[in-house]
Ligand binder design. Structure first.
Ligand code: GDP
Length: 304
């Protein structure tokens, strides 16, 4: 929670403080209050339709509960936001679907620069610290430097890595990695992929080829397909999410750089428009700055 509070400083100073200012002047439930609230939600990247819906529901709820004091109104808003987040999903929580036996395979997708490599590095350390045997697959053979960058994380974390040559077929890296993971009894295999959105058909083909190889070697794999999104890119992140969701079966979101944005509301937009669970959030660059997403911590972190 402390880390959430720190990581959400920027969002809080824009959203939480604005709301608090709005509440300080709150005398009675009138339309201008809800108009201002709706504007604030939109400015925080909650998305236009979701903001309207939240505002409508809040208007009803505030009336229903006959909330008059600013603190009571704030409580209604906080509870409602958490409730809406929960209801927009299918009862999932932030936990990763782990294999009952054998290696758990996690495929990471997302465009360059969103923090994919960093997220893999952070999660690898987390699993390593839990005593798990971890191997990474550097299957982003397209971008110069991607393999080396993942290698740096592997060395830093003290975990193993399977690398192909630059420009080699990513599917062959995946093939080598999944065989190693299975035959040498690894607990977790994390696969870094190239997220080229320029050509959706290519992206689909590449991802489905990798998935086919994984499933052939380990029937339940991949156990998770995590889409990494950069919170600072706002509506762009939403567009990316829609495209990836169409290209492959995304099972969850990792939302990075929440510490770098004043627009944490993107979490609500992702959830209510795409119905995908946010599983982890990045709250900084350090290896310890990755946290399981918790809607309570998140919403309370916005207001504190
Ligand atoms: P990739 O191209 O998707 O693999 O992206 P990288 O993992 O190389 O990350 C791009 C940049 O974002 C790097 O400078 C990371 O340190 C930074 N980064 C990643 N996650 C976070 C985060 O949660 N917060 C902040 N502030 N920076 C992050």
């Amino acid at each position: 929670t402390e880390q959430y509070e720190k990581g959400l400083e920027k969002s809080r100073s824009s959203f939480g403080e604005k709301l608090n200012a709005l509440l300080a002047n709150f005398r009675h439930v009138d339309e201008s209050f809800f108009d201002d609230l709706e504007d604030m939600l939109i400015e925080s990247d909650v998305g236009f339709e979701t903001s309207m819906r939240i505002t409508d529901e809040l208007r009803d709820e505030v009336k229903l509960q006959n909330a008059k004091k600013p603190k009571d109104v704030q409580n209604v808003i906080v509870k409602k936001l958490i409730d809406m987040y929960d209801k927009a999903g299918n009862g999932e929580n932030s936990s990763i679907n782990m294999a009952a036996s054998g290696p758990t395979v996690i495929l990471f997708v997302g465009v360059n620069g969103v923090g994919k490599t960093t997220t893999i590095g952070k999660m690898a350390k987390m699993y390593k610290d839990q005593g798990k045997k971890v191997v990474l697959a550097a299957a982003d053979t397209f971008r110069a430097g991607a393999i080396e960058q993942l290698n740096v994380w592997a060395e830093r974390d003290g975990v193993d890595i399977v690398k192909g040559k630059a420009k080699s077929d990513p599917a062959s890296v995946v093939y080598d990695a999944v065989q190693k993971a299975r035959d040498e009894n690894y607990d977790v295999l994390m696969v870094d992929t190239a997220g080229r959105l320029q050509n959706k058909v290519n992206l689909m083909n590449e991802l489905s080829k990798m998935k086919k190889i994984l499933t052939r070697e380990i029937p339940a794999a991949p156990h998770e397909v995590l889409l990494v999104l950069d919170a600072t890119t706002g509506q762009n992140a939403m567009t990316q999410a829609k495209t990836f969701k169409e290209a492959t079966d995304v099972t969850g979101i990792v939302l990075t750089k929440l510490d770098g944005t004043a627009r944490g509301g993107i979490v609500l937009a992702i959830r209510s428009e795409l119905h995908l669970p946010v599983k982890y959030v990045g709250l900084g660059e350090k290896v310890t700055d990755l946290k399981p997403f918790d809607p309570n911590d998140f919403v309370y972190g916005l207001f504190k």
